[in-house]
Write a protein that binds this ligand. Structure first.
Ligand code: GTP
Ligand code: MG
Length: 304
């Protein structure tokens, strides 16, 4: 259980950021928390589980819940991801629904709104990627979405550029219920170092091989050793589903995996503030998407 901190006049609460895939939820979470907690890529379904991003503003501790994108799931992993997103919404004191302003009211957002309506869920509306959309189009979209009678307040932001973030933060801080902090004041996430390290490598795979095989891969940290000179040795396995995918992940003369390793290592060194030796191994595990152990690790429901 997280440590609690009894204090006078403190506030603490959970704020869930939900929405269709790729709208920018993880980008916003990182922006709000001020450090990278959740990985980001140009592909849909990057976030696979609920990830907490925690920050302190004055006497308030805000616990943001980044969630996997909500869409019509077909496979087991997709079902588990979408179930985790709805659970994130259910557990929160406050919900923000994010919409990609360049896409507008698409079928995924429409389905989310239908469920909000059915279950009497109220939320704030966050229109994201306003850096890419003209004002008039934005206002029309905001009006159309507000016709649903689901939203308390509307915010127009650019999670990537930082526009509108301060107002959003102030609003969330005001909304928090009174109560003791639920996490130590320096904690920024619920992820273990091993999981963060695996996620960083997965992000580089998603960003680099987005046209080829991001959904067939998963990454695990197998060994974590602090060496005498205080550097860390991290051994990770990149699991793929078929032997034929090995050539893609390795690339010509191993260039692809080398480049993934270089980028992941640089970021791990920034995060953990020390020298990192990263060893990546590729293994075929045909059925990793049907292995309950993977789901347990991410806190996902195998039978969702
Ligand atoms: N132009 C622009 N791009 C953005 C903005 N916010 C996010 N993006 C981009 O949108 C893409 C998706 O961002 P993510 O934060 O991974 O989106 P997500 O909603 O967490 O996606 P899933 O985890 O797959 O559901 C990335 O390429 C981001 O750089 C924004 O405000 N403006
Ligand atoms: Mg995400």
């Amino acid at each position: 259980m997280p440590k609690t901190k009894e204090n006078h006049n403190t506030k603490c609460g959970f704020i869930a950021i939900v929405g269709a895939p790729n709208v920018g939820k993880s980008t916003l979470l990182n922006r709000l928390v001020g450090v990278k907690v959740s990985i980001v890529s140009q592909k849909v379904q990057t976030t696979r589980t609920r990830i907490l991003g925690i920050c302190v503003r004055g006497k308030a501790q805000l616990v943001f819940i980044d969630t996997p994108g909500i869409f019509q799931p077909r496979q087991r992993l997709e079902r588990a991801m979408v179930a985790a997103a709805w659970m994130g919404a259910r557990d929160a004191d406050h919900i923000a629904l994010m919409v990609d302003a360049t896409l507008g009211l698409d079928s995924n957002t429409n389905s989310i709104l239908e469920r909000f309506k059915k279950e009497g869920i109220h939320a704030d509306l966050i229109l994201n990627k306003v850096d890419l959309v003209e004002k008039l189009k934005l206002l029309k979209l905001a009006a159309r979405l507000n016709d649903w009678d689901v939203f308390d307040k509307t915010f127009m932001i650019s999670a990537k550029k930082g526009d509108g973030i301060n107002d959003l933060m102030l609003h969330f801080t005001e909304k928090l219920p009174s109560g003791p902090w639920m996490f130590p004041k320096d904690q920024v996430s619920n992820l273990t170092d091993r999981l963060i390290a695996a996620e960083i490598t997965r992000e580089k795979i998603f960003q680099q091989l987005y046209k080829e095989l991001p959904y067939s891969t998963t990454v695990e940290t197998e060994k974590w050793k602090i060496l005498k000179d205080t550097s860390i040795r991290i051994d990770q396995v990149i699991y793929i589903q078929r032997d034929s995918q090995k050539a893609i992940i390795l690339g010509k003369k191993g260039n692809q995996i080398k480049s993934i390793g270089v980028k992941a290592r640089a970021e791990l060194e920034r995060i953990f503030d020390c020298h990192v030796q990263l060893f990546l191994f590729v293994k075929v595990r045909e059925n990793w998407r049907d292995d309950p152990e993977r789901y347990r690790e991410w806190g996902l429901d195998f039978n969702a």
